[in-house]
Structures are given as structure tokens and as C-alpha cells.
Design a protein around this ligand. Structure first.
Ligand code: FE2
Length: 438
């Protein structure tokens, strides 16, 4: 069945799977239609400024409180920051992780790569990969610690949520709000991708400043599911993450029983190929902030809690310019992953499904061969086709988990890509200063 979506980000949506399920003129009638119950989900403080306030009214078959007490589990499905290992100032890179033996659904397959801040302290994030080969069945997950931004790299996902059903394929991302119950089904044999678990304030669209009212990720390109419900009295295992720990309870019904909802707090998805990329039309480079799709702010000067950047296919037209991303050191940390194609500043060692981490102030940039190529390559207009990458930035240093540090996929010789730099400095051979090409 073709899924239906409504367009926008943070909009006041109003959807019902049965006609008349939403009350008119009030939110909490004494007797809601169809014998439903009213439940409010508030994701920001009640008095948050109107444009940042996030809450949704649900009309469902049973209230979420109609469940037995949860029991803390002794299983660590995935890890929460802070991690014991000190953040490394060294450059790190991984090949795509191999799929494990046995059957693993989305939740069971999550492997934590790195993180910062604190899940219980409600700042920072964790970055995970998933390596799934089966669907979640009669089970659900909810995460009180953070929203989950899911970025498929292999395999299509069907994500069932309290708010409806959405499908996410490679090239898209799905954003599951904090506290939202969901399950992930596979539409193929395998699924691999990344998850950013944002402990901080909810992701939102960045202000555009001088860009104007449109550009980068346009609000109308975000797709939010319409209401869809399951009326199934079947045993369902709900796993709940809270303050870094996992709790579980067996329900006697499906928790996906919301028949109608109204509000501005809901899951969504976004096709990263719709990102309107901006850049120089003359020479040099624009700052990487042109790649920002979503931001979880922290400090306007020191940097964001988390920022999700999209590097889509694009034209490179700058003249008289060293075109690959140049050598740099940043106050913020950068986690970069490749979905398809190749990265313009890296050789073939950086493959789709792979990722790199350059912590705060870690020096990085083009590897030696890309640097040499960039010095002599033609400056005709170049189409970087078939290339899609994303980057997550944070002001907070990332700690890497033992699982990721010890993984065979970690490229222990990554730093060698900058070896062999050829010194060309000669104080007796000043070249004439040449500026813009006209
Ligand atoms: Fe960088």
C-alpha cells in the first residue's frame, strides 16, 4: 500500500484515520469519538516560545499508562554517553562494518561508535550503526534520552510509529522524536546505516540569515506520516531507554493504536537529494555551514550541540582555486559518513558505509594524493555526481567506544594518508601574487 505523507517541518498537522476522530473546537472532550482516549505528548517546556514549542494531542485506543510496571534489563542494546575512553585528538576512520552472524533486528543490531555529553544530562549525542537482517515483530522501542535520526545506507526501512508509518530508503533520513514508540521493519534482506541519537534540544531547521527564506533544506520537503493504527490484542514487548538504561514490559496490545492526532511534534523523513546546495560561483570556498540541514543549538559562538549537514551531488565551478576541501582545524568535532560515491578530498579508501571522526582541533583535509591532484587538475566545471555524504558536527568532543576502536573495520593506518607531503617552500622563488582571475 502506498504510504501517505503531509508536508512540512514542525507544522501544526491534524490527521485522523477515522472520520471525525479529532474533536472540533476543543482538545479534551468528555467523551471522544469512537471511545478513544486523549493523551498529550509535550516535548518542550510548556512555556517555550511558540515557534519552538513542540507538543501533540493523541486520540488512541488505550492510554500509554495502561501497562504493567517496566523492569530494568541487564542487556546493553547500545551504549550511552559518557563513555570511559578519553576523546582522541587523532584522526579516525572506519570501513563499513560487516554484518554479524545470526538474526538481528534493528534494535538488537545497533553498535555504538562514539558519543559526547551525557544521556542523563540531556546534552550531546551518540552515533550508532545498525546492521539488521530481520524485522522487529510484535515489539516496539521508545527512547526518552534522545530523538533518533536514522540514515539508511543499505536497504529500505518501513518504520511503524505511533503517528503513522513512514518508509526510509538510502538517500533519505528519518527523524523519530524523543519518546515516540516505533518499530523498524526491513523491506529487503539486510539493512545498514547510521543513527544519531540526539540528547540535546530537538533538531530544527537552521535560520537562513542572508540566504533568505528558501534554500538548504526546505520545510516543505519534509514528509510526515498520516495517522494509522493497529487494533491488535497481541503480546508486544516494549523496550524503553531512560537515562542510559533499558527497561522492558510486555503489553497485551499493540502500542501503535493512535487513531488521530493533532500537533507539531511528529516523526518525519527527508530526501537528502532535495537539499538545495549553495556554494561559490567565482572562487574559493563557502563555509561548511552551507551544508546544514538541521541543528540542535547549544551556543551561538562555541558551536552546536549537534548539527546534521548534507553533502549532496553538486557542481564545482570555482576558478583559480584549490577545489578539494582544504587543510583545516575546527573548534567543533566532525563525524563524516559516506552514503554513495566518493568524497572529493579522499581516495578510494573512504567507501560508502564508511565513516571518519575528526575531533575538535584535529588537523585534517585532503590526503596527499588528493592534494597533489587538486594542485594540477583542470578547473573546468565539474559535476560531483552520485556522491552523497553527511556530517554531524558538535562543539563537544566525541569519545569512541571500545567496540568501534577494536573493530576490524577501523583503518589503523588512516593517518598515513597525509604522509609524503612534498615540501615546496623556497624563500628565493616568490611567485607573483595572483588574485581573482579577471
Ligand atoms: Fe573537516
Amino acid at each position: 500500500m502506498e504510504l501517505q505523507y503531509q508536508l512540512g517541518f514542525g507544522n501544526e498537522f491534524a490527521v485522523e484515520a477515522l472520520p471525525g476522530a479529532l474533536p472540533i473546537g476543543q482538545s479534551s472532550p468528555q467523551l471522544p469519538s469512537y471511545g478513544l482516549v486523549h493523551e498529550i505528548v509535550s516535548a518542550t517546556t510548556f512555556t517555550a516560545p511558540r515557534h519552538l514549542n513542540r507538543r501533540t494531542h493523541l486520540y488512541r485506543i488505550r492510554p500509554s499508562s495502561a501497562q504493567p510496571a517496566m523492569e530494568q534489563t541487564n542487556i546493553e542494546l547500545f551504549l550511552s554517553a559518557p563513555f570511559a575512553r578519553a576523546p582522541s585528538p587523532n584522526q579516525l576512520r572506519w570501513d563499513p562494518f560487516d554484518f554479524p552472524e545470526g538474526q538481528h533486528d534493528f534494535l538488537a543490531s545497533l553498535v555504538t561508535v562514539c558519543g559526547n555529553g551525557s544521556a542523563a544530562g540531556q546534552h550531546g549525542m551518540a552515533i550508532h550503526t545498525y546492521l539488521a537482517n530481520c524485522s522487529m515483530v510484535d515489539s516496539a522501542f521508545s527512547n526518552a534520552d534522545g530523538e533518533m535520526l536514522i540514515v539508511p545506507e543499505v536497504g529500505d526501512l518501513r518504520i511503524v510509529t505511533e503517528f503513522g508509518v513512514l518508509q526510509a530508503i538510502p538517500g533519505e533520513f528519518a527523524l523519530i522524536p524523543r519518546g515516540c514508540k516505533f518499530r523498524v521493519e526491513l523491506l529487503g534482506d539486510q539493512a545498514r546505516g547510521f543513527v544519531c541519537e540526539n540528547y540535546g534540544v530537538p533538531f530544527r531547521l537552521p535560520d537562513l540569515g542572508l540566504i533568505g527564506s528558501t534554500g538548504q533544506a526546505n520545510a516543505w520537503d519534509f514528509q510526515t506520516p498520516v495517522a494509522a493504527y493497529e487494533d491488535r490484542d497481541v503480546a508486544t514487548q516494549l523496550v524503553h531507554k531512560f537515562a542510559g538504561h533499558f527497561w522492558t514490559v510486555t503489553l497485551d496490545h499493540s502500542p501503535f493504536d493512535v487513531v488521530a492526532w493533532r500537533g507539531n511534534y511528529a516523526p518525519c523523513k527527508y530526501d537528502m537529494n532535495r537539499f538545495v546546495i549553495l556554494g561559490t560561483l567565482s572562487f574559493d570556498h563557502a563555509e561548511p555551514s552551507i551544508f546544514c540541514a538541521l541543528t540542535s543549538p547549544s551556543d551561538g559562538v562555541a558551536g552546536p550541540n549537534a548539527e546534521f549537514m548534507i553533502l549532496p551531488p553538486r557542481w564545482i565551478v570555482s576558478e583559480h582555486t584549490f577545489r578539494p576541501p582544504g587543510f583545516h582545524r575546527n573548534s567543533v568535532a566532525e563525524f563524516l559518513a559516506l552514503i554513495t560515491g566518493r568524497h572529493e578530498g579522499k581516495t578510494g579508501e573512504f567507501r560508502p558505509g564508511g565513516a571518519s571522526l575528526h575531533n575538535n582541533w584535529a588537523p585534517h583535509g585532503p590526503d596527499t594524493s588528493s592534494f597533489e591532484t587538486g594542485r594540477s587538475s583542470s578547473l573546468a566545471p565539474q559535476w560531483l555526481g552520485g556522491s552523497l555524504a553527511f556530517m554531524i558536527e558538535s562543539r563537544f568532543p566525541f569519545s569512541v567506544t571500545d567496540a568501534a576502536m577494536n573493530r576490524a573495520a577501523r583503518q589503523t593506518g588512516y593517518i598515513d594518508c597525509w604522509s609524503g607531503f612534498k615540501k615546496r617552500f623556497n624563500p628565493r622563488s616568490a611567485a607573483p601574487a595572483v588574485s581573482a582571475p579577471r
